[in-house]
Design a protein around this ligand. Structure first.
Ligand SMILES: Nc1ncnc2c1ncn2[C@@H]1O[C@H](COP(=O)(O)OP(=O)(O)OP(=O)(O)O)[C@@H](O)[C@H]1O
Ligand SMILES: [Mg+2]
Length: 372
């Protein structure tokens, strides 16, 4: 059928550009509504009871440490100062290196970004130093951790395009709003790397490495500065994802216990099998994290199948589908940042589930460092 002029959309380019602009405007307004006019995010604090739990001391011991001060709630910086005072701050064994963690699944919407932010913040609360590297041009992790609208507030110099293509030392790392978590931001400009990395002139094995090893070479220079470097991958197996997997020694795949998500995971395993065969290398750790588990009988059956098929590679704990997690995400936040006033049972349940998964993951990574 030939296209009649009548049915042709007028100025398609302008149409999409205007759609992008109204989308950016809406995000900007939503953020302002959430954060207020000055866009300030008050750092999270913990009450004395919670703070004592985090520090693994009794409430009385904590009261004694802060005796004379009227402190009733503690910021993470204060908790870390108390850890320093007690000599219980986290220290990786000498000569150990940061774990480089790729959070990946080529299915969209399975919880990669939420897993990234939750793991990073949980580890930061434990006193670890984290770099979250957002590799997804959709940049939802940058929107959350960076407290900014990626496509209107970040320019080319603010994302690591030049670092990856030309100058590995030009790293636009910034602090996130969460103490202990730094951010390598992303925005739509990162999408161009999917093509540019394959250009022959970019594949200079001698100086910068070939297209697939750029991130590995960069992270090698950062592994002494952080305890965890966590890549939030885009939902595909493109150049950036391949780079992240090659750079990583730990791979985590969030997989909801649903038949289509599991089918997609099978395809992912085919790709990963070929990739690691080509590389001739091995991971130190791989975990499948059941996410968005709604607890229904069908999901339980799917979860059991996952455990039968992949055994100990599935985390013992699962992340449930939770309105608390969803609400936090809608507010460009996470359950570790946002504790609702009066604490709701749904929030507490979600927090416990996330804590259990994150603790399990951290314990495995500690084992790799030889830390108990
Ligand atoms: N455990 C959960 N409970 C409830 N909702 C969830 C949960 N995990 C994720 N979601 C919902 O799914 C959405 C997508 O999650 P997330 O952004 O982490 O997925 P993703 O895999 O990173 O997606 P993409 O592939 O698009 O990057 C969230 O915005 C949230 O609304
Ligand atoms: Mg994501």
């Amino acid at each position: 059928m030939s296209k009649s002029k009548k049915n042709t959309l007028k100025n398609t380019a302008e149409m999409f550009k205007s759609f992008a602009q109204v989308g950016i405007d809406e995000l900007t307004e939503t953020r302002q509504r959430i954060l207020g006019a000055n866009l300030f995010r008050m750092p999270r604090t913990w009450r004395l009871k919670e703070a004592a739990e985090i520090l693994a001391i009794t409430e009385d011991e904590l009261r004694e440490i802060v005796a004379g001060s009227a402190t009733k709630s503690f910021s993470l910086d204060q908790l870390n100062a108390i850890r320093d005072h007690l000599g219980t701050g986290f220290k990786r064994p000498r000569k150990s290196r940061a774990h480089v963690v790729a959070i990946q699944n080529f299915k969209g919407g399975v919880g990669k970004s939420i897993t990234t932010v939750n793991l990073a913040q949980y580890a930061a609360i434990k006193g670890l130093k984290i770099l979250v590297w957002d590799l997804d041009p959709q940049a939802s992790t940058t929107l959350n951790l960076g407290n900014l609208v990626p496509d209107s507030e970040l320019s080319l110099e603010d994302v690591p395009v030049n670092a990856i293509l030309n100058d590995p030392s030009d790293l636009p790392i910034r602090r996130s709003y969460f103490p202990g978590v730094d951010l390598m931001p992303s925005n739509g400009m990162m999408q161009e790397l999917e093509q540019d990395l394959l250009l022959p002139e970019v594949n200079n094995e001698k100086s910068l490495g070939n297209w697939a090893t750029r991130l590995r070479n960069i992270t090698e220079t950062l592994r002494d500065d952080y305890d965890l470097i966590i890549f939030d991958c885009p939902p595909n197996m493109g150049c950036l994802t391949t780079n992240a997997i090659i750079a990583a020694n730990v791979l985590l795949s969030p997989v909801p216990p649903r038949s289509l998500d599991r089918a997609s995971f099978t395809m992912l395993c085919l790709s990963l099998g070929s990739l690691f065969e080509t590389l001739g290398s091995n991971l130190d750790m791989f975990k499948i994290i059941p996410t968005q588990h709604d607890g229904k009988p069908e999901s339980q059956i799917q979860e059991i199948r996952m455990r039968e098929m992949y055994g100990a590679f599935v985390t013992e704990n699962a992340v449930m589908s939770s309105s608390a997690i969803e609400t936090a995400s809608k507010n460009f936040s996470s359950i570790y940042e946002r504790a609702p006033r009066g604490r709701k049972p749904t929030y507490d349940r979600a927090l416990l589930a996330c804590n259990a998964v994150n603790e399990e993951l951290l314990q495995e990574m500690f084992k790799l460092w030889g830390v108990k």
